[in-house]
Design a binder for this molecule. Structure first.
Ligand code: UMA
Ligand code: ADP
Length: 462
């Protein structure tokens, strides 16, 4: 029997895959467990899978007794050690990405893998758009939104390349995934509640992306990572300084202007880009590295050819994804920015640093939610020169206040609604108001997008 744990997006994609594809274990019955007492969209799922054998409620050993294979949803990956104890050593425990890897064995296709604490969605989307601009057929998804298994074509129209955003939870459950190019864009503490406070365990999960990777795209600005990357594979490096090697990516000055470049070759002027902040330059360089290496790999160009013009045009045109340092409104001279996707400390630090020069010293920061056991200290260093007031809400508002209040005036409120009203009272023309919560949204919202949409609606209603 197959035991599938979790009936979220990934769990449902696994059910569809097992129903619609010819797998070596197609004959096995499937039982679905979900530790919650209620799962989202249950009625709709029971219509799509009328035979569904679903058991809700806390997981226990008895439920796994007849398992010959277990498939765990990413949000339940921390259960793997307990389930392994219940099952013994020989029953496979996999995730949706393992099934995806198995599906590709029959039809080998280049797969690019992108992980990191921040910038994954931006880089995954950029790589897909740049490759499409150069005429490749691309399927992009994974942690980004469309589960990897739902990217597999049903009608035979197979893409040239898959681009997968991979979370540490998904990487914990991979075994055979073969990636032609992969990157950990950066690391900073996140999901420490899931890793029992152990940051190294989180990094180790990320490093699993290289288990079966041919070429590594390495961020030379991240010294923690650089010392941990496997040395037995070729690397292409990116970073914000001028590159030392002809095949690496970086930034150089020509006259007054900064250019994204590869080796000595200027690619495009930074000032013409629609993406802002240093972190986004890093993301753009990583995306260029993936794009050119992929074009070389699929035979669309040679490594020494001129930069791919359509990809560069697409990079210039890219305005960023919603809820990432996105401008919402100028209301009575106050700029309101939505960075709801700032769901960890590292992301909010980068948002503050990136926006620093736009309104120096005049920011009101709205932060709070579920901090996932993070240490908020780095937020204080980034905020103390730029933030004149912090308004804090959600589960960990008191922890945030404890950290920020020695140097920044803090206001504690109950909800995002109250936070926006309070910010509107405090802001003066010329100020900026930034929602960059440094926390997950789950305590008060369905997800970061719902939080960002609520913020935009409140700001527009002012
Ligand atoms: N859950 C239970 N009991 C269960 C099953 C799930 O309590 O039996 C809870 C989980 O702990 C979690 C929630 O339900 O809080 C959803 O878990 P899930 O594994 O069912 O999630 P999916 O709906 O399949 O969505 C997952 C990713 N979510 C997580 O890993 C938590 C989505 O990334 C991803 O888009 C989707 O697969 C498709 O690949 C979201 C995310 O927040 C954006 N990811 C984290 C991040 O980016 O930081 C890792
Ligand atoms: P992820 O998918 O890893 O959560 P996103 O591309 O959605 O990353 O960006 C989320 C937030 O992380 C952004 O709003 C920004 O504040 C921050 N961020 C984006 N790219 C980087 C980066 N390269 N380094 C640090 N922070 C970043």
């Amino acid at each position: 029997m197959i035991i599938l744990v979790g009936l979220g997006l990934s769990g449902v994609s696994c059910l569809r895959y097992l129903r619609d594809h010819d797998t070596p274990y197609a004959q096995l019955p499937i039982t679905v467990l979900d530790s919650r007492l209620k799962v989202p969209n249950q009625a709709q799922l029971q219509r799509e899978f009328p035979e569904l054998n679903l058991k809700l409620g806390p997981l226990n050993k008895a439920a796994f007794q007849e398992a010959s294979r277990v498939i765990l949803s990413p949000g339940m990956s921390h259960w793997a050690p307990q389930i392994r104890d219940w099952l013994g050593p020989y029953t496979p425990i996999q995730g949706d990405i393992s099934l995806f890897a198995q599906a590709l064995q029959a039809r080998p296709t280049p797969v690019l893998g992108i992980t990191g604490s921040n910038g994954k969605s931006t880089v995954t989307t950029l790589v897909a758009e740049l490759l499409r601009a150069e005429g490749l057929s691309v399927k992009a998804g994974g942690n980004l939104g469309t589960p990897a298994l739902d990217l597999l074509p049903r009608d035979g129209a197979w893409p040239d390349v898959f681009v997968l955003e991979l979370s540490s939870f998904q990487l914990e459950l991979i075994d055979t995934l073969a990636l032609c190019l992969a990157s950990i864009l950066n690391v900073s503490p996140d999901h420490l509640d899931h890793y029992d406070g152990n940051y190294q365990d989180y990094i180790n999960a990320k490093l699993r992306i290289f288990l079966n990777t041919e070429v590594i795209i390495a961020n030379r600005d991240d010294s923690t990572l650089m010392s941990l990357l496997p040395k037995d594979r070729p690397w292409i490096q990116f970073g914000l300084a001028k590159p030392e090697h002809a095949r690496d990516y970086g930034i150089q000055s020509i006259g007054e202007d900064a250019y994204l470049c590869r080796g000595n070759v200027p690619y495009l002027p930074v000032k013409k880009m629609n993406l802002h902040g240093k972190h986004n330059l890093s993301n753009a360089l990583a995306a260029l590295a993936f794009t050119e290496a992929t074009l070389d790999r699929v035979g669309r160009r040679n490594p020494d050819d001129a930069p791919p013009p359509k990809a560069l045009a697409a990079l210039l045109a890219f305005k960023g994804l919603p809820h990432r340092c996105q401008w919402v409104r100028n209301h009575q001279g106050v700029q309101w920015i939505n960075d709801s996707k700032g769901t960890n400390v590292g992301a909010s630090v980068q948002a503050l640093l990136g926006l620093k020069d736009t309104i120096p010293g005049q920011w009101i920061l709205l932060a709070g939610g579920d901090g996932k056991s993070a240490d908020f200290t780095p937020l204080l260093s980034a905020a103390k020169d730029t933030v004149k007031h912090a308004i804090l809400f959600g589960k960990d508002k008191h922890l945030l206040a404890e950290c920020l209040s020695p140097e920044i005036p803090c206001e504690i409120v109950n909800s995002l609604d109250d936070a926006v009203q309070e910010a509107a009272n405090l802001a003066r023309a010329g100020d900026g108001v930034l929602l960059s919560p440094a926390c997950a949204s789950w305590d008060q919202f369905k997800d970061y997008a719902a939080r960002g949409e609520a913020y935009e609606a409140l700001v527009k209603a002012l």
